[in-house]
Design a protein around this ligand. Structure first.
Ligand code: ME8
Length: 633
């Protein structure tokens, strides 16, 4: 559970606002590892929770294909960079398909659409001139002599030196260089007195704006970064921020990047982070790279008025000073996104560069995103790394244990925001305990008993609609529940009441966990319902009830309660275990006309009492075969 998460709802309550979720885009300098899989599955389950609620969802993920690291990996592999990244990209898309990660759009930074968007944004920032100087308010050119880390692709300052005065091994090879480049302003106020594109007021100091913005969001109870223990970390880093961001690289030393627009002069490619961060704009729903040009034409009467395209709508509403290239009618429905990223790329990329880039592009404070920062999977307390040879391959794990076993493990053995140790043993134990023994057994026993004692036919008792049954579960049962009913009648009522009450608690509590982006907590709540049902089987002993015709109603109530609980469990596990959820519905013979479709599961149907009287359940099929210990592991 996230610290202070209740105070800061991450997943929106409202049904009306569509949900836009993004992840980091992964470097294509090697095959995907378990950290990549975790992040994409985490965003997928949050997206699915919103789909379950009936929200319109847009999930954006993809790959970061440029930069020195990728260029070097391609060289090592003896391939042209594009051929190399195309090969690695396929490994990512194949893994997401295997793991059932369902995104709406795929970002690839070598895609011409994205290149165009990056160049257009650079141009906009370049063209935003300070009237006093005629210079760009956001980008300037300068020559820098200094120490350059090849590995981290950045110039280093004295701050990066260790106590011995040397640059540590984390920087790799450090060279002295003299270089002319373009810089994006982070700390200096744009040459005053320019106009702030977002507010129309005199120019702002980006660093001060960011500090104020972070504080404002926290004061409003909507922290910019969640879990909010990372807010202080970010704020401290911003306080210490010095200098601006070098956003170009001379093409003479880095070819593998997006060329700057010619207006900047020849020979520069875009710094990989300035390129990669723009993906959230390139692929945002409603983004139209030609929007500004088109609206300019419309304004000047070159295109007929009265057009009904979103761009045309926008032309009438959008302030002429805006630097953004969006058709607001759709874009505004989705923006701002929830960015799911790992802790290593909060500072400075997403927590500093990104909001200042958005600010410079004319986004208002209300249009700034939220960053959901997850922790890292470590191996026996150590960082995963190629050099240590401890990189965990999610593709192999999915083949070995099944994609859903891996999804379940990744969502249940880590608290969102915190680090965890990856353990294959825990994957097996967790799966066997929660899925094979608990839920799988429940499904199997329920369907077997219903088949054996009732030929699969359920009897829905009117008590399912009786508030007296619900009150059984409450601390103070109503009089009608506790009064002079026959003992058998009361037992039947109790069976229904317990099921109804436990299912209601599981629903309420798991929704609470989902709202806090806590899939692990949500799965615990569902597991409780499943355990309660298994306990209930032991206590009510249907095999004994079946022997006594006078207790037929009681047996029917038990079987109905179990089947109805399973129906609700299937809905609640769907975001994490979509395949298993379908499997449960298939075996319950429920909503068969929607078999295989996401629309089969809806949160508003996780209410008690939907299985109708006379419904015939299917036959039991083992859904979660036990994983036997692997002696070779
Ligand atoms: O940083 N556990 O790409 P990347 C959990 N291209 N998450 C992990 C992890 C681990 N052990 N290792 C990495 C980049 N991650 C840039 C992003 S976004 C505009 C550009 C997470 O392939 C990491 O924190 O190195 C990041 O969120 C994601 O995997 C991609 O890392």
């Amino acid at each position: 559970m996230l610290p202070t998460a209740r105070a800061s709802r991450i997943v929106r309550r409202s049904m009306s606002k569509p949900f836009f979720i993004t992840t980091a885009i992964d470097y294509t300098n090697g095959a995907p590892h378990i950290g990549h899989a975790y992040e994409k599955v985490l965003a997928d389950v949050l997206a699915r929770y919103h789909r379950l609620k009936g929200d319109e969802v847009f999930y954006l993920t993809g790959v970061d294909q440029h930069g020195q690291k990728v260029q070097q990996s391609a060289e090592k592999a003896g391939l042209e960079p594009q051929a190399y990244v195309d090969g690695i990209t396929k490994k990512f898309t194949a893994l997401w398909e295997k793991l059932d990660v369902k995104y709406d759009v795929w970002a690839a930074t070598t895609d011409p659409l994205h290149k165009e968007c990056v160049r257009a944004n650079l141009q906009k920032l370049w063209d935003e001139k300070d009237p006093a100087t005629g210079e760009s308010r956001w980008i300037y050119k300068k020559t820098q002599r200094g120490f350059y880390s090849v590995r981290q692709e950045q110039f280093l300052t004295d701050k990066e030196r260790g106590p011995d005065g040397q640059f540590g091994p984390e920087w790799g090879v450090v060279e002295e260089r003299d270089e002319e480049n373009f810089y994006f302003r982070l700390t200096q106020a744009p040459a005053a007195p320019g106009q702030d594109p977002a507010t129309g007021l005199p120019g702002c100091d980006p660093k001060q704006w960011l500090l104020d913005f972070i504080d404002k969001r926290s004061a409003e109870g909507k922290p910019f970064v969640v879990p909010d223990f990372r807010v202080a970390e970010l704020r401290n880093a911003v306080e210490k921020l010095e200098g601006d961001l070098c956003i170009s690289r001379p093409a003479s030393r880095l070819k593998w990047g997006i060329p700057f627009p010619e207006t900047f002069g020849a020979g520069f490619v875009t710094y990989v982070w300035f390129d990669a961060l723009v993906n959230y704009i390139t692929y945002a729903p409603g983004h139209d790279p030609h929007y500004s040009e088109r609206t300019a034409k419309q304004r000047s009467g070159e295109e007929g008025s009265g057009a009904t395209s979103p761009a045309a709508d926008a032309a009438n509403n959008e302030p002429a000073s805006s630097l953004r290239s969006f058709a607001p009618s759709r874009f505004n429905d989705f923006w701002p996104p929830l960015h799911v990223i790992g802790k290593d790329i909060l500072i400075p990329a997403h927590g500093v560069y990104w909001p200042i880039m958005l600010k410079a592009l004319g986004f208002t404070d209300e249009e700034m995103p939220t960053l959901l920062v997850h922790g890292w999977w470590n191996i026996a307390g150590a960082k995963m790394s190629k050099s240590l040879g401890n990189v965990v391959d999610p593709d192999l794990l999915a083949d070995k244990y099944g994609p859903e076993a891996l999804r379940y493990y990744l969502m249940s053995d880590i608290a969102t925001g915190k680090d965890a140790d990856f353990s294959e043993e825990r994957l097996v134990q967790g799966y066997n305990a929660a899925l094979a023994n608990n839920l799988g057994n429940l499904l199997n026993r329920t369907l077997s008993m219903a088949g054996k004692y009732r030929e699969g036919v359920l009897k829905r008792d009117a008590a399912n609609d009786d508030p007296a049954a619900q009150s059984i579960f409450d601390e103070t049962p109503s009089e009608s529940a506790g009064n002079a009913r026959r003992t058998e009648d009361l037992k039947k009522l109790m069976a229904i009441g317990l099921g109804m009450g436990t299912a209601k608690v599981a629903l309420t509590e798991s929704i609470e966990r989902w709202r806090n982006a806590d899939p692990s907590g949500a799965m615990v709540e569902v597991g409780r319902l499943s355990s309660a049902c298994n306990d209930f089987i032991e206590i009510s002993a249907p095999w004994k009830l079946a022997k006594d015709p006078l207790r037929a109603d009681h047996l029917d109530a038990v079987l109905y309660t179990l089947a109805e609980s399973l129906r609700i469990i299937a809905i609640l596990i769907w975001p994490v275990l979509p395949d298993a959820a379908h499997g449960i519905f298939d075996q319950l013979a429920w909503k068969l006309d929607e078999a295989g479709k996401d629309s089969r599961f809806r949160l508003d149907e996780a209410k008690w009492g939907s299985l109708p009287d006379g419904h015939v359940l299917g036959k039991p099929v083992p859904l979660f075969p036990r994983i036997e210990a692997d002696p070779t592991r």
